[in-house]
Design a binder for this molecule. Structure first.
Ligand code: ADP
Length: 230
């Protein structure tokens, strides 16, 4: 069976010369939920941004990234972006429409769906995100936790096979964190979650990958990795 995500010897250097990824390789099976751990600056966000081709100048011409068996190329970049839903670290980077309804509808509109299909996708996605009555709300008046869930609804409305989340619970209070985790648990997509929230990692992800200075330094069962002092 094809891996949901397959990364092979991925290197990435920013234009200023910073070497952010230095030969990263791993596979994630369909349905797996994997935590991506590591100190600030270890390359987590850089790696996640590669998974739907945002950072590749020449989209993985070398076949370094495969999503559901397909390598990311210029030709299939759009198709890949439909399959990989990316939740940014800061919801304010992701929300840009005046109302929740418009924001969540944006993705399905890009997919070329008709109006009633779009309405149904938005309704379902808001319900899954635990915000069934939020369609009319102004995005800039929402709490931080609500903004995150609207972003998640926007991603879910595109029905991605792979969900990539960059520190989804940072800046959430304990209740917001609990609610967000409950929502995530109900989503069957393959998940890769960059986080410093070890509780989330243990509760949700049976496997963790640890990055340090652009390299994978550990990959295994989350509980075992966190018990391992070294
Ligand atoms: P993490 O998500 O683990 O905190 P990042 O992927 O954000 O790590 O960063 C990895 C490395 O790349 C760090 O050294 C960081 O300073 C550098 N970096 C991140 N974004 C840029 C950028 N736009 N330009 C140059 N260097 C960057």
């Amino acid at each position: 069976m094809n891996a949901a995500v397959e990364v092979t010897d991925l290197h990435y250097r920013y234009h200023d010369g910073t070497e952010a990824l230095r030969g990263v390789s791993f596979r994630v099976a369909p349905g797996e939920c994997v935590a991506l751990l590591g100190p600030n600056g270890s390359g987590k966000s850089t790696l996640l941004l590669h998974l739907n081709g945002i950072l590749s100048d020449e989209p993985a011409a070398d076949g370094a990234i495969r999503i559901l068996g397909e390598s990311i190329t210029r030709e299939n970049l759009e198709a890949i972006r439909r399959r990989v839903g990316l939740l940014f670290q800061d919801p304010d980077d992701q929300l840009f429409c005046p109302t929740v309804q418009e924001d969540v509808a944006f993705g399905p509109e890009q997919l070329g769906l008709n109006e009633s299909e779009i309405g149904e996708r938005v309704r379902l996605a808001l319900a899954k995100a635990g915000l069934p009555d939020f369609g009319h709300r102004a995005t800039h008046h929402l709490s931080h936790g609500e903004k995150r869930r609207v972003c998640l609804a926007g991603v879910l409305a595109c029905e991605p096979a792979v969900l990539v989340l960059d520190e989804p619970t940072s800046d959430l209070d304990p209740r917001g964190r609990r609610e967000f985790k409950a929502v995530l648990r109900e989503i069957p997509a393959t998940k890769l979650i960059a986080t410093h929230d070890l509780e989330l990692a243990v509760e949700m992800c049976s496997r963790a990958i640890v990055l340090d200075r652009g390299r994978i330094v550990a990959d295994g069962p989350t509980v075992e990795l966190l018990d391992d002092e070294s």
